[in-house]
Design a protein around this ligand. Structure first.
Ligand SMILES: *Cc1c(COP(=O)(O)O)cnc(C)c1O
Length: 399
């Protein structure tokens, strides 16, 4: 089932390494180092200890009993990545990559960020390991996300506003690649999702796979059987592939990725890559991308800053193509309704990104039997989204 890194990170016809020659050495060095440390029990033990003692793992598998009763169908469980230190799944990836970078003798981490969540997580890991840290962020985003810029600086990082292109996330990614090319000797590029050239999609997936490793054991312990369906939201796709990974071989477990449809997939204000995108090459990988009629990367929109990336990780493009996973669009309106409903019903304010997955669970649970089981990954906490949701509802509160 798994088309793994044996063939230079190909997942079927997706993935690969579409990069300039000048970046080849960095990518080869990383690939070799990871192949070594992946097999190293001492590295894995160190990472586990970091996960447990610093990031607050394992995260609970929580039975959403009131929602289950109210919706009247399948049992709904939440995998609580919102309870990780720093409030989302992103810490799993950055701790893994920072530890790997340290082992490789790197002293400096760079990263891209859109909403600032990955930047804050990377700055956190850099502070923990005593590494230098530079975060590239679209200038437009630095203005929209002033609090996260403050946090990154507080954690000791430099934040570089990027003014090229649309001055948003995709331009920050391009700038981070450029910087890495120029400074390979002491610098590791801590990429934020399961995207980019091989080996990043595999490395990030492996660090996020802790989500399904735990969830699989937790549901077996609790229910004595596997779930019928696992749902997660998809931006680049890291929390989703982490949630799916240890269930991929279990053909009876349905896997559903929930994309941000924004104002709808029949509008231009959308970020639903599988629903509206086409195959292309961008940011070092072959995958699906939102494009205009000339093949240029299209501007994307979602109420959720964490989901408005114009592409999707190559392993998802592959799982979609072979019909092992299914990808569905969820609108702003549906996500906001799920955000409000989950807060009221369970006392849990989910990230607006995660609310996309909860929204789809709310659609399918009532049509399923009471003996069936859904696991929804709550990728992060929603405190950061309260002002935006209030604004969406026409209310103005202080950010
Ligand atoms: C960044 C983010 C996402 C989207 O990233 P993926 O790589 O698709 O997981 C989803 N949820 C939260 C809470 C995030 O911060």
């Amino acid at each position: 089932m798994e088309a793994d890194a044996g063939k230079k990170g190909r997942f079927g016809r997706f993935g690969g390494q579409y990069i300039p020659e000048t970046l080849m050495n960095a990518v080869i060095e990383l690939d070799e180092a990871y192949a070594h440390y992946k097999q190293d029990p001492a590295f894995q033990a160190e990472l586990s200890a970091l996960f447990n003692e610093y990031a607050n793992r394992p995260s609970p598998l929580y039975f959403a009993g009131k929602m289950t009763k109210d919706l009247g169908g399948a049992k709904i469980y939440f995998k609580r990545e919102d309870l990780n230190f720093t409030g989302a799944h992103k810490i799993n990836n950055v701790l893994g990559q920072a530890l790997l970078a340290r082992k490789m003798g790197k002293t400096r981490l760079i990263a891209e960020t859109g909403a600032g969540q990955h930047g804050v997580a990377t700055a956190t890991a850099a502070a923990y390991f005593g590494m230098e840290c530079v975060i590239f962020m679209g200038k437009v985003d630095t203005e929209r996300q002033a609090l996260n810029v403050y946090k990154m600086k507080l954690l000791g990082a430099d934040v570089v506003p990027v003014t090229s292109g649309t001055a948003t996330l995709k331009d920050a990614v391009s700038e981070a690649f450029r910087e890495w090319t120029n400074r390979i000797a002491d610098t590791h590029y801590c990429l934020g999702s399961v995207m980019g050239p091989h080996p990043f999609p595999t490395i990030v997936r492996d660090f996020q796979a802790v989500i399904s490793r735990e969830a699989r054991a937790q549901i077996l312990e609790r229910e004595g059987r596997l779930p019928d369906c696992v749902l997660a939201c998809v931006g680049g796709g890291s929390n989703a592939i982490g949630s799916f990974y240890h269930f991929i071989e279990d053909a009876k477990v349905q896997l559903i990725g929930c994309e941000a449809a924004g104002r709808g997939i029949d509008t231009f204000e959308t970020a639903a890559t599988v629903s509206t995108g086409r195959i292309g090459v961008f940011h070092g990988m072959k995958s699906l991308f939102c494009q205009d009629e000339y093949g240029q990367i299209a501007p994307v929109y979602s109420i959720s800053a964490g989901l408005d990336y114009p592409g999707i990780g190559p392993e998802h493009a592959y799982l979609n193509e072979i019909h092992r996973a299914q990808y569905v669009p969820v609108t702003d309106e549906e996500a906001v309704a799920a955000f409000e409903y989950t807060s009221r019903m369970e006392g849990i304010i989910p990230a607006i990104e995660s609310s996309h997955a909860i929204a789809h669970a709310m659609k399918i649970a009532p049509k399923m039997g009471k003996d069936q089981i859904l696991i929804v990954t709550v990728s992060g906490r929603g405190d950061k989204d309260c002002a935006a949701v209030a604004r969406y509802r026409g209310e103005s509160i202080q950010d």
